[in-house]
Design a protein around this ligand. Structure first.
Ligand code: ADP
Ligand code: MG
Length: 613
């Protein structure tokens, strides 16, 4: 047998190499990750053999990985003390296409005459990625089987490879790349260090670069929860979150079905968007068996969970998928659904376990949950449970869930009432609130202008419709003493409509006012003044919808009954007062944009009052 054997690559390998070299990866640095992940696999397999009692050559040498760069020679070398390869394995693994990913890739090639470069990216071709950057690759390998010897495999890519015996090799594999002229940067320690830190920080075997240990943070997400100390979690958060404070929440979980997932997620202590730092980007990285597949993985979580940081590791990402881009969108969607539901469940449990901690979270992140209600139909119900509001029956500053509100509802109450206001004092003073106070119906106070959208989208909770207080169809329990008679009130309403003209829609006799003389009611069932303001702020296209406001008067209020008397005596004064009452109601509803005309009139009225004898 001759010492040097020349082998031809399988025809498909030639074809594959041509594509790898010319068009496969947009990012050449990927080869570092591929070779290190092969080295890690080899270490893993060695450990498995060792633990199952198989005889191992040089069993005193621990599995590990070392990388060296030589910028003078223009080389990079990746060495592992893993299980190594025999002559047969070198031929099989590096000269033919045995593994399924590459096979699938080639099948695709034969089906489509012209391969779509985007499609190519879906398949991993691991080892061959070395030829993107190397003009020559030398593999020295010595199997762990005690009676084997070492072999040297060399190739310049196209053509084939040579195999020759290599005596006295330590166990494992050493791969040296002679870099192409345009890839010499990969012989720079700093460049390689950055790449290893990026993709291989959590490889479970020590990685040294030019004798310096690189991966010191453990992939704790893959460990048993009970064995992990609080400090380890916090240290890990510092690493993935680039944050020196402690996280607000942490969720560490694993699942087997429908997908094998290990996830470690953190909620940062502060919402950076409110700090004026612009829109956040999800910082959850996607791993497959501890090797980074995608940093800040797009689509792993819905947009409204973009504040999360951490790691998701799934073995179910098919190994043939290129680790460069995760393009299998249906798999991503499945992951997204499982992860999102799990996280929402976690929040719900957290709220139950420690309400104070949950409220802290809520104060910081409520806008995101609300964004979810409005934009994400799938998780609407789970999100509804997580909302919190101030309420008329609780002290200021205390929050209630919709579920607790529903528990407190008297049996005759059928709807959940919500009142939009700038703050608590305004809510309690609102004319819309009067009937609720009187009837002892609880009202949720919405201080965030977006809450109305949230309410519209949520629509119902626990089967109960959510209703704005101003649109509620509620009457006072009993008629008040001293009120105008029904006929007198109706006649006054008609007179008011004639006097105020187009300034109002309908004028009605109110059944729900207690302390206010009158109130503005939006005539549009689906629009409120708040909604119109928001639309205007968002500059929505289309004609601006002119608001039509109905006007309701309180027949039991002294101003109203005296107005009725005055209109017989002094029609001019009465109509001036009527306009003032309307403007007052507009102020109460936050609808008076220009108060100048109102002030002029008010001054005239004051003057008249002071000159009275
Ligand atoms: P994959 O890793 O997806 O199987 P690769 O092209 O990366 O595909 O590697 C092909 C095969 O070559 C591997 O399955 C493995 O059997 C073998 N191999 C590659 N690198 C090493 C190594 N450092 N040590 C031992 N075997 C290796
Ligand atoms: Mg590989």
């Amino acid at each position: 047998m001759s010492q040097n054997e020349t082998h031809h690559f399988q025809a498909e390998i030639q074809q594959l190499l041509d594509i790898v070299i010319h068009s496969l990866y947009t990012d050449k640095e990927i080869f570092v990750r591929e070779l290190i992940s092969n080295a890690a696999d080899a270490c893993e397999k060695l450990r498995f053999n060792q633990s199952s009692g198989t005889a191992v050559y040089q069993s005193e040498i621990a599995p590990g990985i070392s990388v060296t760069t030589d910028d003078k020679a223009g080389t990079i070398t990746i060495t592992d003390t893993g299980l190594g390869m025999t002559h047969g394995e070198l031929v099989e693994n590096l000269g033919t296409i045995a593994h399924s990913g590459t096979k699938a890739f080639l099948k695709q090639l034969t089906e489509d005459k012209k391969p779509d470069v985007g499609l190519i990216g879906q398949f991993g071709v691991g080892f061959y990625s070395a030829f993107m950057v190397a003009k020559k690759v030398t593999v020295l390998s010595r199997s762990f089987a005690p009676d084997e010897t070492g072999w040297q495999w060399t190739s310049e890519g196209m053509g084939g490879y040579e195999l020759a015996p290599a005596a006295e090799l330590p166990r494992g594999t050493k791969i040296t790349l002679e870099l192409k002229d345009d890839a010499k940067d990969f012989a720079q320690a700093a460049t390689v260090e950055r790449i290893i830190q990026r993709y291989s920080s959590f490889v479970p075997f020590p990685i040294e670069l030019n004798s310096k240990r690189l991966n010191t943070v453990q992939a704790i997400w893959a460990r048993n929860k009970n064995e992990i100390k609080e400090e380890e979690y916090n240290e890990f958060y510092t690493f993935v979150g680039h944050d020196h404070e402690k996280p607000l929440f942490r969720l560490h979980f694993s699942a087997d079905a429908p997908l094998a997932i290990q996830a470690l997620l953190f909620v940062p202590p502060r919402n950076f968007e409110t700090l004026g730092m612009g829109r956040m980007d999800s910082e959850v990285n996607l791993y497959c068996r501890k090797i980074l597949i995608q940093a800040k993985a797009k689509g792993l979580f819905p947009e409204w969970l973009r504040f999360l940081k951490g790691v998701v590791d799934s073995e179910d990402l098919p190994l043939n998928i290129s680790r460069e881009t995760m393009q299998d969108t249906s798999l991503m969607q499945k992951l997204n659904k499982v992860l999102t539901s799990r996280f929402l469940k976690f929040l719900d449990e957290q709220a139950e376990k420690d309400a104070a901690a949950y409220e802290k979270f809520y104060t910081e992140y409520q806008r995101f949950l609300k964004e979810g209600v409005v934009t994400d139909f799938t998780h609407k119900e789970a999100l509804g449970k997580l909302l919190r509001f101030e309420s008329s029956t609780l002290d200021a500053g205390k929050l209630t869930s919709l579920a607790d509100y529903v528990k407190r509802m008297p049996s005759e109450q059928k709807e959940i009432y919500c009142l939009l206001a700038a703050n608590r004092a305004a809510a309690e003073a609102s004319p819309y609130f009067e009937v609720f106070r009187e009837r002892k119906f609880e009202v949720l106070f919405f201080y965030d202008a977006w809450d109305e959208f949230v309410m519209e989208h949520l629509h119902t909770f626990d089967g109960k419709p959510l209703k704005l207080a101003e649109k509620a169809d509620l009457n006072l329990a009993a008629k008040k003493d001293g009120a105008l008679s029904e006929d007198a009130a109706k006649a006054l309403a008609q007179w008011l409509k004639e006097t105020l003209g187009d300034k109002v829609g309908e004028v009605r006799v109110s059944q729900r006012l207690v302390e206010s003389p009158a109130v503005i009611v939006d005539a549009d069932k689906f629009m409120t003044a708040n909604m119109r303001r928001l639309m205007k702020a968002m500059k929505q296209d289309g004609p601006e919808t002119a608001a039509r406001h109905d006007f309701e008067i309180n027949p039991a209020h002294p101003i109203i009954s005296r107005l009725d008397a005055m209109r017989q005596k002094d029609a001019a004064l009465a109509s001036s007062v009527a306009e003032q009452i309307l403007d007052n109601a507009r102020v109460a509803a936050g609808l008076l944009e220009d108060p100048r005309a109102m002030l002029t009139r008010l001054n005239q009225l004051l003057e008249k009052m002071l000159t009275k004898d």
